[in-house]
Design a protein around this ligand. Structure first.
Ligand SMILES: O=C(O)CCC(=O)C1=CC=C[C@@H](O)[C@@H]1C(=O)O
Ligand SMILES: [Mg+2]
Length: 324
């Protein structure tokens, strides 16, 4: 006997969370609950505004169709589903079958969204790999270059991950590079998507010796994982990519091409973030995932995130929006 429920959540966000052009006041998503006999599996479906192509309503409608099929013991095709739906349902199925190992990688790359001095204090308290992520491309490229240079000077063994989200023209990207001393450039583990086009980003890597990573490019229709000069990593955001199987396949392809695969968040709740930390430990055990996004929330859901004091909402407190 199978049964299924969809719960809806709404979590308040920190006031400063801006996604591309929009302020994100509340994070909205669905929790899928699959039951088969005594076994239960949960997953999260949370399309990210401005990043996902599907809306919340479209994701919910498709999830209902697919889950009705599952309930009737029919085959599901998750590979053609919306990425957020495919990821959430595939996680719930994996949980039901005990396929997602419990061990989690909670080492995060601290995200600098405010005062750089706070991040320096945090990193100096870190044992082991000193990895940090800084958003660039929001202010003057020159300022970004000075900040990056300052971090590398302050913490010589740092491995910075920078993310420009395709905001720079080739000239702006060069302005940034000019302020990072050549001997400091190896302190940048990678710079995600420096330029508007992948071609310009590849040229930037070649001209500056600064390694780059693909994030947005991974989600383009004709993307293929391959070794390219200056490219060292691909960022995998499962909610924007698709099923667990698809994500694991990308990780394998990245490793085969000699690239690092970084599992990263799309601002899932603490519940989804925990599943991502488990996926990261399972598939990319030696890589620090990009999951430092709990700090952007004002509340947690179902599963706590380590060292987080925020109020917790349990599954039973959520509204059931659909069931079969
Ligand atoms: O990658 C990380 O370390 C954290 C996640 C992160 O930076 C992002 C998640 C989702 C949308 C964006 O705001 C941003 C990104 O552009 O990568
Ligand atoms: Mg990015």
């Amino acid at each position: 006997m199978r049964s299924v429920k969809l719960y809806q959540y709404q979590l308040p966000m920190d006031s400063g969370v801006i996604l591309r052009d929009q302020r994100l006041v509340t994070r909205q998503g669905l929790i899928v609950e699959l039951k088969q006999g005594e076994r239960v599996g949960l997953g999260e479906i949370a399309p990210l505004p401005e990043f996902s192509h599907e809306t919340f309503e479209q994701a919910q409608a498709q999830a209902e169709q697919l889950l009705a099929l599952w309930q009737q013991e029919q085959a599901l095709d998750l590979e053609t589903a919306f990425p957020s739906v495919a990821f959430g349902i595939s996680c719930a199925l994996a949980e039901l079958d005990g396929e997602l190992p419990q061990a989690a990688n909670y080492a995060v790359a601290p995200l600098c969204s405010g005062d750089p001095d706070d991040l320096i204090v945090r990193l100096n308290q870190t044992n082991g790999d000193k990895v940090a992520k800084i958003k660039v491309g929001m202010y003057e490229a020159v300022r970004d270059g000075i900040v990056a240079n300052m971090f590398i000077e302050a913490i010589p063994d740092i491995q910075l991950r920078l993310d420009a989200n395709r905001k720079w023209t080739p000239i702006k990207a060069q302005q940034f590079a000019k302020y990072v001393k050549p001997e400091h450039r190896q302190g940048i583990a990678f710079l995600e998507e420096p330029c508007t086009t992948p071609e310009d980003s590849l040229n930037f890597a070649e001209q500056t010796g600064i390694n780059i990573a693909w994030d947005e490019t991974v989600r383009e229709p004709r993307f293929e994982v391959k070794a390219q000069p200056g490219v060292v990593a691909i960022i995998i955001k499962p909610t924007l990519i698709g099923s667990l199987t698809h994500c694991i396949e990308l990780v394998k392809q990245a490793h085969a091409a000699g690239l690092t695969a970084v599992i990263s968040s799309s601002l899932e709740s603490s519940f989804g973030l925990n599943q991502l930390a488990r996926l990261a430990q399972w598939q990319t055990p030696n890589v620090i995932p990009g999951l430092d996004t709990m700090q952007l929330f004002k509340a947690q859901l179902i599963t706590p995130w380590p060292e987080t004091e925020l109020p917790m909402t349990s599954l039973t407190e959520l509204e059931v929006v659909w069931q079969k």
